[in-house]
Design a protein. Structure first.
Length: 58
């Protein structure tokens, strides 16, 4: 079962091949084996690399 690498919850939806969306903290992430690349979703819907310093505001 896939869990969110940011919040650790399992409210995950699949949006592409190895690409997921977390409904709890509203981030998208890509699975590369055991590593994840996490993206924030901007107001216009584009993805930017997740900034861990902003994690508390999610």
């Amino acid at each position: 079962m896939v869990t969110c690498p940011v919040c650790g919850r399992r409210s995950i939806g699949k949006v592409g091949v190895e690409q997921y969306y977390c409904w709890d903290c509203c981030v998208e992430f890509v699975s590369n084996g055991q590593e994840y690349t996490v993206f924030s979703i901007t107001d216009d819907g584009s993805l930017t690399l997740f900034d861990e310093s902003l994690q508390d505001s999610v």
